[in-house]
Ligand binder design. Structure first.
Ligand SMILES: [Zn+2]
Length: 380
């Protein structure tokens, strides 16, 4: 079954963690032996090979680069132009992966349909079987189209935190590069909106950005918006919106999560909401560097609690998706204990079934809701 992951920081892993995602996951981990610059060294879960093995044939992949003011305690670039340049480096890596046949950028409806058809066909039983040699003719195997012999993985380009959009005019350039979704803020105060752990509404700049997004048809990703900025965005933005990787505040209280009322309002606006796998968002009381997935008993079943919450509020499975955020600055030390690599996402199928979800419900969460959302918002 095709699985769509609505949030992966692939380029950040390549350009900041220096991970070559074309290599086997064991090799990526081994190459980080002895490194201590990041808490998740040697504990990554994402590679192109593991994505293919798990049927993750399509994802939303980010560009991400923050601007920080001199007094900020967050890490980031000292000017918006530097942040822009970082996102362009990330884009250059995505392009290089396209040239290798590892990735294919999906930027319109026809490309989406083509890709999904191709991927679904390749998963049909017998699709990979060898051609029959009964006529004794010498069969020349077709050259694989990608680096490791699988289909290219589709990606939709998204920007997490809009600080790098130097002026709203830059958005037009980014759109031409294939950018199709923007989350105006990440952690802390951003140039266009206030994000996680900060407070404040959008202000003039933020509203101007939303207007430009609306004009271009860019999806608003409301993940990471603080309550005030979310309120403001919902009041001012009339285009399509989703929450690519957001969990439930009623299960784990934190401003990073959405309350039941917020989830209800997003659903009313036609949003799809992705369940995220960073363990501190899955169970209350997580202490970074101390709590372990085992000690807190965090598994994929815990993720389903959050996705199920959205389904219960919606009264159906039609607004949920997966936005795993795997390797989003955390690895196996802080993700469900039964996730060894991203290929384990497919284990969710049995967990949903055990909870009484029908095969159609599972398909909704895995891919159908996401595809329906894009098909109704991407008219060409
Ligand atoms: Zn995030």
């Amino acid at each position: 079954m095709l699985i769509i992951d609505a949030h992966l920081d692939l380029a950040m892993n390549a350009m900041e963690w220096n991970r070559d995602l074309t290599r086997p996951i064991e090799e990526i981990r081994a190459r980080e032996a002895g490194l201590t610059d990041k808490p998740d060294r040697g504990k990554g879960t994402v590679s192109f090979g593991e994505m293919r093995r798990g049927g993750v044939g399509l994802c939303v992949a980010t560009q991400i680069a923050r601007y920080v003011a001199p007094e900020s305690e967050l890490q980031g670039w000292n000017s918006p132009e530097q942040a822009w340049a970082m996102t362009q480096a990330q884009l250059a890596w995505y392009r290089a992966m396209e040239e290798r046949g590892e990735l294919v950028q999906i930027r319109d409806r026809s490309a989406l349909d083509r890709h999904v058809n191709q991927w679904t066909r390749s998963q049909e039983p017998g699709a990979n079987s060898q051609p029959s040699l009964t006529n004794q003719a010498k069969v020349v195997a077709p050259k694989p189209r990608s680096g490791e012999g699988g289909l290219p993985i589709g990606y939709i380009l998204s920007l997490e935190g809009a600080d790098s959009i130097v002026t709203p005019k830059h958005l037009e350039r980014a759109y031409a590069q294939g950018l199709r979704a923007v989350g105006p803020a990440h952690y802390g105060p951003g140039r266009y909106a206030y994000g996680t752990n900060s407070t404040g509404d959008l202000g003039t700049q933020g509203r101007e950005l939303l207007k430009e997004m609306e004009r271009l048809g860019i999806i608003l990703d409301v993940t990471h918006l603080c309550d005030e900025s979310l309120r403001d965005a919902l009041d001012h933005f009339r285009g399509p919106l989703w929450a690519s990787h957001s969990n439930s505040r009623s299960l784990v209280p934190h401003n990073r999560q959405f309350s039941d009322d917020q989830i209800r309002e997003l659903i009313d606006r036609g949003a799809v909401i992705g369940g995220v796998m960073d363990a501190w968002m899955l169970v209350p009381g997580w202490v970074r560097g101390q709590t372990t997935p085992q000690s807190a008993n965090v598994t994929l079943d815990t993720v389903v609690n959050h996705i199920d919450r959205v389904c219960q509020i919606a009264g159906s499975s039609t607004h949920s998706m997966i936005g795993s955020d795997l390797d989003g600055a955390f690895g196996r030390e802080q993700c469900p204990s039964d996730v060894h690599t991203i290929a384990d996402l497919k284990k969710l199928e049995d967990i949903f079934s055990a909870r009484g979800y029908s095969p159609e419900d599972v398909e909704n969460v895995f891919s159908a809701n996401f595809l329906r959302f894009l098909r109704s918002n991407w008219l060409s």
